[in-house]
Design a protein around this ligand. Structure first.
Ligand SMILES: Nc1ncnc2c1ncn2[C@@H]1O[C@H](COP(=O)(O)OP(=O)(O)OP(=O)(O)O)[C@@H](O)[C@H]1O
Ligand SMILES: [Mg+2]
Length: 239
């Protein structure tokens, strides 16, 4: 089966009654293994909410989200952390590293959550840091790293336990151009070389060079969803 996330007729509202915000409003989408899928769209269009529903960080008001064939809507809240740990690595704009832990410990804590501990965790954390080109920074603290390096640590942490899906919300928004490109290079090689699905929310036009598919989100729905058809936030065609 090539589809790893199947979203059907998905709705998510915040609040209720007249004050309700319908953040995701009838979205349907498939995410395939091995693809770098980009979600673009105006601010407030529902991209972060959609990504959070995919990753079982939020629960839907109605509709269906299947992850690797497993229906996740309606599952008790207590079971969602296990589903998240087994299937997803998360990367956020703000890195979310623990400042009091070294680079290596930041990765090891994620490995620990996935049941990888001791000597195996030490070897694994160094391997992951090598994959993002940061092995030599293992003993540093996040405060001593550049933004791009912090985001590469966050990528190494997201890869802990080898999840089949990486969800990244504006991972290059806080980075300069050169660091942003390195982060996009790594995310794109993750999907191509390892058959992972990478879903990336971004306003970054450089992503046009990397995406397998760009999906445009508008008013909580999928407005366009075409292979090799590249749209900018303004809706203009590229290529
Ligand atoms: N926790 C929340 N409580 C209430 N409303 C929310 C909450 N989170 C998001 N919203 C609203 O839901 C809508 C979609 O928000 P969302 O964060 O998904 O958009 P986005 O496309 O990620 O925007 P941006 O590009 O600015 O990050 C917006 O109208 C937003 O104000
Ligand atoms: Mg957002």
């Amino acid at each position: 089966m090539n589809v790893i996330i199947e979203i059907r007729n998905l709705y998510k509202s915040y609040g209720s009654g007249a004050a309700a915000v319908h953040a995701v409003n009838g979205a349907s989408l498939d995410v395939n293994r091995g693809e770098l899928l980009v979600l673009m769209g105006p601010s407030g269009s529902g991209k972060t909410t959609l990504l959070s529903l995919m990753g079982c960080i939020l629960t839907a008001s109605s509709g269906s989200v299947k992850v690797d064939g497993l229906e996740t809507t309606g599952i008790p809240e207590s079971k969602l952390p296990r589903i998240r740990l087994d299937h997803f690595g998360f990367i956020f704009q703000g890195f979310n590293l623990f400042p009091a832990l070294t680079v290596r410990e930041n990765v090891e804590i994620a490995l620990d959550l996935k049941g990888i501990r001791g000597a195996k965790a030490r070897a694994c954390s160094m391997d992951l840091l090598s994959q993002v080109g940061l092995a030599e920074k293992a003993k540093q603290y996040p405060a001593n790293l550049s933004g791009g390096q912090k985001q590469r640590v966050a990528i190494a942490r997201a890869l802990a336990g080898d999840p089949p899906i990486i969800l990244a919300d504006e991972p290059t928004a806080a980075l300069d151009s050169a660091s942003g490109r390195i982060v996009l290079d790594i995310l794109s090689s993750l999907s191509r070389a390892h058959g992972r699905a990478v879903v990336l929310v971004t306003h970054d036009p450089r992503v046009l060079d990397y995406a397998d598919r760009i999906v445009r989100v508008e008013d909580g729905r999928i407005a366009s969803n075409r292979d090799q058809t590249l749209l900018t936030d303004s809706g203009a065609m590229h290529r």
